[in-house]
Write a protein that binds this ligand. Structure first.
Ligand code: BES
Ligand code: ZN
Ligand code: ZN
Length: 493
């Protein structure tokens, strides 16, 4: 989507989108009698600015169409409402067949908080809701086209500032990174084997201050990354580990390691999954996908932090060389785990990477994974689970996430449940008791691989990484969660 900024007097488009708070006498940026008359017409159709509702106004011939999007009551306002309202407006725009729109930016006195944040959120809602994964489908003749061009229209040109342009540019870059992550996870499994993912990751080194190193099978063997290797052993497609590094232009204030589970297809392996719904397991690399998306974003911004991304890729298949229940896997830090179900594969990749990431002496280490079905049972598809040892980072992720419309809920890591992982043949079993605290015991397993004193947070995105139906600004398919929250967290460091 092409994004522009323009003064209202210079705007000549045919469709204008505006916002309105429920209870206000006029829409935002249309004050006085003009605004009141629009509000009166809309009220005739029962639109008063209710959240997620829209109203299409067709003023007298010659004038552009106006679509009002409701933000709900002022006292209930949260920035994320702007994204949702913008998405609803875009849907209405598509219905009337317009491909280019103006989006009326309020005056700074009309909204709480920073106006640039408001405008950026509107742009973000528009871009993210217009996302389509159309690579493999033939569009129907009568299908609504996505909006291709959005112009931010400023009634008060004082608001058309350098800071405003910067905020918009930044959100465009971030939204494009989210769409890139969605593309990776929506891609069918066979065209994205581990080596292909590594190739895509290597392409990210072209921009900004990013370097990419790919560790192939032979190197993983040398390093002793038994987790990645054994999980990948059941496929003809060899596993690999991608290490991306972002070095800031100025002085680095902190080092952050972000790890993402990259199972390009999870058949379950020898402990094969039931076939119903198995197609969704192409999304089992969404964690690694968001790490790659994060580096796509890092290619266009300046943050004073060194960021390491670790993306282990493997295909979990039941081929002849596959790991078997009863096998013992030795991980990068030497710890061994008895395999009970080859379908609990993600934790082995993460274990190697958490141990490896710890050697980089990070101030914060985050891993992101579609790790447990139990997490979907507990929290559904709106909330990701957070578990870890860094109180501040967990609190921060929850509050930053709320602003981003990405939701997190903390689960505990009780020592007592470590007994569920006791093994007679290895240092531990890799899974706990069937049906009991599956997300937590997975977290406890991972904790064993985090280096002494390394602040760590595990994010289980099994629910929110994917949406069957779609929601406000996430069309059906991969969502890109939690990329925007991690980006905002890094931005704020
Ligand atoms: N990739 C799955 C987890 C998953 C399930 C993600 C549903 C998204 C939606 C993971 O590898 C897995 O299969 N986990 C098992 C672990 C069990 C065998 C201990 C699970 O959750 O059933
Ligand atoms: Zn699995
Ligand atoms: Zn998996």
């Amino acid at each position: 989507m092409k994004i522009d900024l323009i003064a209202k007097k210079n705007w000549t488009g045919r469709v204008l989108v505006g916002f309105m708070f429920d209870g206000d006498k006029t829409p935002l940026a249309i004050p006085g009698d003009e605004g009141k008359s629009y509000a009166a017409v809309a009220a005739g159709e029962k639109f008063t600015g209710q959240f997620k509702k829209t109203s299409l106004l067709r003023p007298g011939s010659g004038a552009p169409k106006l679509i009002l999007a409701g933000l709900g009551k002022r006292k209930e306002f949260e920035l994320d409402r702007v994204r949702s309202a913008s998405a609803k407006a875009l849907k209405r725009v598509e219905e009337i067949g317009a491909e280019s729109i103006g989006l009326l930016v309020p005056d700074n006195k009309e909204v709480r908080g920073d106006l640039a944040d408001f405008a950026a959120a509107a742009v973000e809602g528009a871009i993210l809701s217009s996302y389509r994964f159309d690579k493999y489908r033939t569009p129907k003749a009568d299908e609504a086209k996505a909006v291709g061009e959005l112009t931010l229209v400023f009634a008060n040109t004082k608001n058309l500032s350098v800071a405003m342009r910067k905020a918009v540019d930044e959100v465009v870059a971030r939204s494009e990174a989210v769409c890139f992550t969605r593309d990776l996870a929506n891609e069918p499994p066979s065209p994205k084997p581990p080596e292909k993912m590594a190739e895509i990751a290597a392409g990210l080194a072209k921009k900004g201050r990013i370097t990419v190193e790919v560790m192939h099978k032979a190197e993983l063997e040398k390093l002793g990354m038994g987790g990645i290797l054994r999980v990948g052993a059941g496929s003809h497609q060899p596993p690999c580990l991608v290490h991306l590094t972002y070095t800031p232009a100025g002085k680095s204030k902190q080092t952050v390691v972000v790890i993402g589970k990259g199972i390009t297809f999870d058949s379950g392996g020898i402990s094969i999954k039931p076939s119903a719904g198995m197609e969704a397991m192409k999304d089992d690399m969404a964690g690694a996908g968001s790490v790659l998306g994060l580096f796509k974003w890092l290619g266009s911004v300046d943050v004073p932090v060194t960021v390491h991304g670790l993306a282990p890729f493997a295909e979990n298949m039941p081929g002849g060389g596959a790991q078997k229940p009863g096998d013992v896997i030795r991980h990068y830090n030497g710890k061994t785990a008895e395999v009970i179900s080859t379908d609990a594969e993600g934790r082995h990749l993460l274990a190697d990477c958490l141990a490896y990431g710890s050697t980089l002496k990070p101030d914060l280490m985050i891993d992101i994974a579609t790790l447990t079905g139990a997490c979907v049972v507990a929290l559904g598809d709106e909330y990701s689970a957070l578990l870890g040892t860094d109180r501040r980072a967990i609190d921060r992720l929850i509050s930053v996430g709320k602003q981003q419309g990405e939701f997190f809920w903390e689960l505990p890591l009780p020592d007592r449940y470590m007994s569920h992982l006791k093994s007679k043949v290895a240092d531990m079993k890799h899974v706990g008791k069937p049906g009991i605290a599956g997300t937590i015991t997975a977290g406890l397993f991972l904790k064993e691989f985090v280096g002494e004193g390394v602040p760590w947070v595990h994010i289980d995105i099994a629910g929110p990484s994917f949406t069957r139906e779609g929601w406000d600004y996430a069309p059906a398919g991969a969502t890109g969660v939690p990329l925007r929250t991690i980006a905002a967290l890094l931005r704020g460091l």
